[in-house]
Every structure is written in C-alpha cells, then in structure tokens.
Design a binder for this molecule. Structure first.
Ligand code: UDP
Ligand code: MG
Length: 328
C-alpha cells in the first residue's frame, strides 16, 4: 500500500513575514515523514501579500496549496475550510507564526501510527502570554470544566493531528459559532496528548484582541452549555423562596411588636415574589430555547468509530444531505 498521505492545514491572516521561515522549517520535517504530503494554507482574508507569497512557493513546490477567503472569517472558520479541502489520511492543524514547532509533527505521526486517531499538542506553560490573558484563560477553563457538556483536555489547542475518520465527522458539524476545541473533544475517538513548549511568535503580533477572545470564550460556553439560560430558574426560585420567608418574618414581627410603617412589608414581599416568578418563567422559557438551540445545531446523534460484522454493511452517511447545506 502507498504510504498514507499527510495534510497540514495552516490558517493565515496577514502572516507574510512568517511564510518563508515556516516553509523552511516545515518542509524538511514533512519530507522526513513521507514524500506524500500536502500543505493547505487557508488565507483568511489577508490584506498584505501573504497570498502572493504562498502562490510563489506553490509554483516551485506544487504540494503546497491554498484556499483563500473573500474576507476575514476568523480562525475557526478557516480551520473548517482547511478540513474540507485536506485530502490526507491524517491532517495536522498548526499556526503560521512558528509558535507550534513543526518538528512536533513527527511525534504526532508516531502516535497516530500507534493507533491514536487524535493526537493533540499539550502546551506545558503559558508564560508567553500576559498575566491578564493567562488569568482569563484559567477562569474560562474552570467555568468550562464546571458547566460544559464535555471535558476539555488541559493545555490542548488547535495544534493537533486528526485521523481521516475524525475529519469526516468534524465536517458534518455545521455550527456557525464554532468552538473547535470543544468540537475536537466532542467527536471523541482514541486521543492522546504530546507535551510541547509554545515558542515565541516569529514575526508580527497576535491577532486576538481581548474583545475577540471574550467573544470566542462566550461562543465556547454557549455552544457547549445551556447553563447561562437555565440558571435563572434557580435564581428565581431562590428569590421567591426569600419572599415567602420574609412574608413569614414580617407577619410574625407585626403580630409580636405591631407595625411601624403600614403597607411596607406587603409591598416588599409582593415585589420580591413577583420578580422571582418572572425570573422563574424566564428560566423555563430558557429551558426550551436551550433545547431548540441544541436541535438546530443538528449535530449527529452519535459517531461511529468502527463497524463489525453485519453492521459493517451499513453505509457511513452520518446525516442526511440537506443537513449539509450550512457552511458558507
Ligand atoms: N488567524 C486567522 N484568522 C484570524 C486570526 C488569526 O487565520 O482572524 C491565524 C493566524 O494567521 C495564525 C493563527 O491563526 O496562523 C493563530 O493566530 P495568532 O498567532 O494571532 O493567535 P495566538 O497564537 O495569539 O493565539
Ligand atoms: Mg500565535
């Protein structure tokens, strides 16, 4: 059998200074693994000459290709497009700024050959980031671990290798607010991590402003948890309970000591009670909105890792074709 093909997906947004140093380091690594590799750059609406540079290297090295977006769609969508266009039996996703050392790919492929369908790079420290960003990331992962529907492996990012089987499943997940890290975990399969140290960004600056990160974090929580919707039920319940408790308190106090301001306790109690009821009903609406949300995402119900015996005759079509309309 021919050696399996390896694809490398690299989302790029205004990375012109990094293209040449990246290729210089990446290509020898790929050649050591297999001659049958391809690189798919996804140009995410760069406004500099990133795409021209890729076109140049592609002329001398036809195994390097690119998909170019009409505008900036964001890294998550760029990865999705990369997955759609990669033809490898295994696909590696990495950043263009050399923060993900290309040499790690050899270790990834080794684990893949051992039978892991997903091999993720596990960053050992975050000392390259500002303290604020680090604190924010920590808070996010704590929240996600507590309320998210699936656990995320610690320190795992987009730098990873995914087997063709996983790619085919990821391609059927058509949600628009994409939180790839969650999706990688959601599809399951036999996975393992390989520790690595994040290097300094070679050229340029990070494209993730705080605002973008916050938006991304919210997408992550919202896509994998309905807790923000449901929490109001509990808060409403609590407030109504407090209203009833204070009604009792005021009644007893009035019976024992008389009243100093007539009408005040009943006013407070009824305001509290009804705001509690309102929050509760909002929460119940939230329960249903949460379910509608889960349904409209149209994730497949389950993911098959392997079929044995008679079941193997069943085709692999996971979802009806019309569910595949989604991605722009
Ligand atoms: N990127 C992209 N679209 C964007 C922002 C970033 O394709 O809108 C790419 C970028 O070119 C790089 C990768 O995503 O290859 C990671 O971006 P960056 O280094 O800015 O993020 P950080 O390493 O700070 O998380
Ligand atoms: Mg970076």
């Amino acid at each position: 059998m021919a050696s399996p093909k390896l694809s490398v997906i690299i989302p790029v947004h205004n990375e012109s200074a990094n293209i040449a140093p990246l290729c210089e380091r990446l290509l020898p690594v790929l050649n050591r693994i297999t001659p049958d590799w391809e690189v798919v750059f996804v140009d995410d609406g760069s406004r500099d000459d990133t795409l021209d540079l890729i076109r140049d290297v592609s002329r001398t090295e036809p195994r390097i290709g690119a998909v170019s977006f009409s505008r900036n769609f964001g890294k998550e969508i760029a990865i999705a497009a990369g997955l759609d266009h990669a033809r490898g039996d295994a696909v590696v996703i990495m950043d263009a700024d050399l923060q993900h050392p290309p040499e790690m790919i050899e270790a990834f492929v080794e684990r893949w050959r051992e039978g892991f369908l997903m091999v993720y790079g596990q960053r050992t420290d975050r000392s390259d980031e500002t303290r604020a960003k680090r604190g924010f990331a920590q808070a996010f992962y704590k929240l996600f671990a507590r309320f998210g529907e699936i656990p995320l492996p610690e320190g795992a990012g987009d730098f990873r290798l995914i087997d063709r089987k996983g790619i085919e499943v990821l391609k059927t997940l058509g949600e628009r607010a994409r939180f790839s890290k969650g999706l990688y975990a959601w599809i399951g399969f036999k996975a393992t991590g390989v520790p690595f140290v994040v290097e300094e960004r070679r050229f340029g600056t990070t494209q993730w402003s705080f605002r973008k990160l916050f938006r991304f974090a919210f997408d992550g929580i919202a896509a994998f948890s309905t807790v923000p919707l449901r929490i109001w039920t509990y808060i409403g319940f609590l407030i109504s309970f407090l209203a009833i408790a204070s009604a009792l308190f005021f009644t007893v106090r009035t019976l024992l000591f008389g009243t100093d301001l007539p009408g005040f306790p009943s006013l407070i109690v009824s305001v509290m009670f009804f705001s509690g009821i309102q929050l509760m009903s909002l929460g119940i609406v939230g329960e249903y909105v949460g379910r509608i949300f889960a349904e409209v995402k149209r994730r497949p119900l389950y993911v098959v890792a392997e079929r044995i015996g008679g079941a193997a005759e069943v085709s692999d079509s996971l979802v009806p074709d019309n569910y595949r309309l989604r991605r722009a």
